[in-house]
Design a protein around this ligand. Structure first.
Ligand code: NDP
Length: 311
């Protein structure tokens, strides 16, 4: 079995796969082209097009992350080779921590205290009852469902939204367009953990942001394309004067790195983080990669990415 690995720290992944599968030939993508040829599997994150195009007998592609938007847009992705992606693999807990941090930031008025401090303003704010502070999670997949459960266990009412109907303990589940509008009008905070697809592009547009109650906040660790950036800025209002929305914690952007001249950097009620909400922990991910390779080799049925749906 020959596997070619492409990711920033590919040597570490190579060593971990070799350790688990000593009989396999594991190469990093900077190996000579002749050595890389005729691989059985690619294990990749943001692979260059040539790496996909040069292979003649692939049996499977493993996406070394949860988002497949980059891979599905890469020219030369063979349509007849099954693609699998990492599901949770330790990212869910990190995304849940990130989201809980953001939720508490707004729920406990840390945004307000940060603005008061430069003026030495000693002004405590009331803490609302958690039962009056519902949170909406858009996307109830491997990561979104885990984030929703964590927030519910932290005592917040949680409403979730997905494409198909779901049942998750402690989470009031909605689906479909009508379900989304109904959810948005009820929540103090909306968290977007959807994939970037043709259907989800700009899903939080001006009209939908306006459906959120006055003073609601937005947390986006999903993908930048989910939110119409200008509409978000308009809803946040200018400078220190709050608009319809109170604030936002954003990890992902339409253009990354976020350009220095993007007004989100300077907005006093926006926190920008550099796409760090859910890195892939190597040890969890490797176990999943190995089980995918074994399942491919055994001819087992795998939950593959649906290129038509885009996730
Ligand atoms: P999954 O594929 O497991 O789940 C996707 C969820 O989105 C599903 O609940 C799906 O619905 C729902 N969905 C997809 N399209 C629609 C639609 N049109 N309308 C309503 N719901 C929809 O993905 P993960 O949970 O693993 O990851 C989600 C995203 O999080 C990734 O695609 C990636 O963009 C992002 N991410 C970001 C990270 C970061 O560091 N910032 C790290 C990891 C992931 P259904 O269940 O009905 O299929």
């Amino acid at each position: 079995m020959k596997i070619v690995v492409h990711i920033d720290d590919a040597a570490q992944w190579q060593a971990a796969i070799e350790k688990a599968l000593p009989q396999a030939t594991v190469l990093t993508s900077d190996a000579p082209a002749e050595a890389r040829a005729n691989a059985d599997y690619l294990a990749v994150w943001k692979a260059p097009a040539h790496l996909l195009q040069e292979q003649a007998q692939l049996k499977g592609i493993i996406n070394l992350g949860a988002g497949v938007d980059h891979l599905l847009k890469t020219p030369g992705l063979p349509s007849d080779v099954p693609v699998v992606k990492l599901r949770d693999a330790g990212m869910g807990e990190l995304m849940a921590d990130y989201t809980l941090y953001g939720v508490l930031h707004f729920y406990r008025s840390m945004d307000r205290y940060a603005q008061q401090q430069p003026n030495a303003e000693w002004q405590p704010h009331q803490v609302p009852e958690k039962s009056h502070w519902p949170i909406g999670i858009l996307g109830l997949g491997a990561i979104g469902s885990l984030v929703a459960t964590h927030l519910s266990q932290a005592g917040f009412p949680v409403l979730g939204w997905s494409r198909s109907a779901k049942q998750i303990s402690g989470v009031e589940c909605f689906h479909g367009d009508a379900g989304l509008d109904g959810l948005l009008s009820q929540v103090q905070c909306v968290v977007t953990i959807l994939p970037d697809t043709a259907e989800t592009h700009g899903i939080l547009n001006a009209k939908r942001l306006a459906k959120l109650p006055q003073g609601a906040c937005v947390i986006n660790p999903g993908r930048g394309s989910l939110i119409d950036e200008q509409a978000l800025l308009d809803s946040l209002g200018k400078d220190r004067k709050p608009g319809h929305l109170r604030g936002a914690l954003l990890d992902v952007f339409c253009e990354e790195p976020l350009p220095a001249n993007n007004p989100l950097w300077q907005h006093p009620r926006v926190i920008v983080t550099p796409h760090m909400a859910g890195p892939t922990p190597l040890s969890d991910a490797i176990d999943q990669v190995i089980s995918y390779l074994r399942a491919f080799e055994a001819g087992e049925e795998l939950a593959t990415v649906n290129p038509d749906a885009g996730y």
